[in-house]
Design a protein around this ligand. Structure first.
Ligand code: AMP
Ligand code: GLY
Length: 423
């Protein structure tokens, strides 16, 4: 079959790398892709939200399946767009339909879903410009720190956690009244602060059945010791050492099962990846958020541990027989370290040549913000490349990644040297 992957990050290079290993994939395209996807697939310069151009490509290249990487096109309804067009409705789309994608598109929608299905999560209330005074009063009933979340998509910046009550009130006003995050903060969810260690759980579903992929932990802050600004993710480890069988069992029984059953009860059509952001509070898992896609850089450690033919799994998801699949996982640990442009997550320069990629041994360089220009690999984004390694332990895997990073260079290259420090 012919497959199209949408996206251009490390996650999409990992998808392409894994799909390209399958004998079931004939032609593989990535739109728009990066210098890594160009090694294993054909890049097509089309944006992920340009549905019309995507349709033309799908028809022109007889594409049978579209695997959607990022959340944007899902929240914008790409799956529905395919279903509503006779010329492409037969094409399998991996990713939920628009109503279900609201689980990531709206924090309030996600919280209502969690409450309706009795899934453990932080207590919350939501507010609008009209109810901002009630929001101040609600903040007064809470203890610090205060967690404020813009309801809509805000490019990962919409969550603000503050220690001071007056600052929290000012932030609430800035979000609701001054539209700090534009449309995304027309509503704000205020949540109880949960204290614990975070991990990510990934579930595949065909809408009826589910399979759980290995857990992963990502490192979101730019600075060592988990300090400084939030990023898209600076590194990841799989499996998560503290996720014991007993804890995983709690996740499945209390969170995964009611989530998948909730999709059915609420008529949320869901064929795709469910990324459940969790926090371990005491010995119990609670849901921080849903994402309707795989995580990045978690994908760079989760997929390399999957032994199955990935296309067989995707087909089973699309055709409703995921129950027939037996997921096989590599016993080894996998880790990834993200190389980023100096300055990221704030302003940074692009177009820096990346050297040393061919010298890498025993690690897999998954390209992210990197493009091939005049036969040179140059930086094109904040997160540039994820260096993934396997090891008997995560410590061994991390060591390999760091050894290989020594061989890589670009001007103002930055990365965290302490991934795994907290485990
Ligand atoms: P989100 O975009 O919902 O994942 O939130 C971003 C980050 O904020 C999470 O990864 C957590 O580190 C933190 N966070 C979100 N909600 C809470 C909460 N209720 N308690 C503590 N930390 C939170
Ligand atoms: N690494 C977190 C995310 O993909 O949202």
């Amino acid at each position: 079959m012919n497959i199209l992957i949408l996206g251009s990050g490390g996650r999409e290079h990992t998808f392409a790398w894994k799909i390209a290993q399958s004998t079931k994939c004939n032609q593989l395209f990535v739109a728009p892709g990066n210098s890594g996807t160009a090694q294993v697939a054909t890049n097509v310069n089309i944006g992920v939200n340009d549905f019309k151009a995507i349709k033309e490509l799908v028809v022109d290249k007889s594409i049978d399946m579209v695997v959607v990487g990022p959340e944007d096109p899902l929240v914008n309804g790409i799956h529905d767009y395919f279903l509503n067009d006779a010329a492409i409705k037969h094409v399998a789309v991996i990713g939920p339909q628009k109503v279900a994608a609201e689980l990531e598109g709206s924090k309030e929608f996600a919280k209502e879903f969690l409450y309706r299905h009795n899934i453990p999560t932080a207590a919350y209330e939501s507010f609008t410009k009209e109810t901002v005074e009630k929001g101040y009063a609600f903040l007064e009933t809470l203890k610090a720190p205060y967690v404020l979340k813009a309801d809509g998509l805000a490019a990962g910046k919409g969550v603000v956690i503050l220690n001071d009550l007056e600052e929290a009130k000012a932030e609430l006003k800035s979000m609701l009244v001054d539209a700090k995050f534009g449309q995304a903060s027309t509503k704000v969810v205020i949540e109880e602060f949960l204290d614990g260690i975070e991990l990510s759980c990934f579930v595949l579903t065909d809408g009826e059945h589910y399979k759980i992929l290995p857990t992963a932990k990502d490192y979101k802050r730019i600075g060592e010791g988990d300090t400084g600004l939030n990023t898209g993710g600076m590194g990841a480890i799989s499996p998560v050492p503290f996720a014991t069988d007993e804890f995983l069992n709690k996740i499945e029984e209390r969170i995964v099962k009611p989530t998948i059953n909730g999709f059915k009860k609420d008529n949320l059509p869901y064929v795709g990846f469910v990324f459940i952001g969790l926090i371990k509070v005491g010995d119990d898992p609670k849901v921080i958020e849903y994402n309707v896609r795989m995580g990045d850089p978690e994908t760079e450690v989760v997929l390399p541990r999957l032994k199955n033919d990935f296309v067989e799994i995707l087909q089973a998801m699309a055709h409703g027989h995921l129950d027939k699949i037996n997921i096989e996982i590599d016993e080894r640990a996998a880790t990834t370290i993200m190389l980023v442009s100096g300055g990221y997550p704030e302003a940074y320069e692009k177009g820096k040549e990346i050297t040393g990629v061919h010298a890498i041994k025993d690690s897999i360089p998954f390209h992210a913000g990197a493009q091939l220009i005049n036969n040179k690999i140059v930086t094109s984004g904040g997160r540039v490349m994820a260096i993934t390694s396997y090891g008997k332990t995560y410590q061994e895997a991390i060591k390999k990644s760091y050894q290989n990073i020594e061989k890589l260079h670009f001007d103002k290259m930055n990365y965290r040297k302490d991934i795994g420090f907290d485990l």
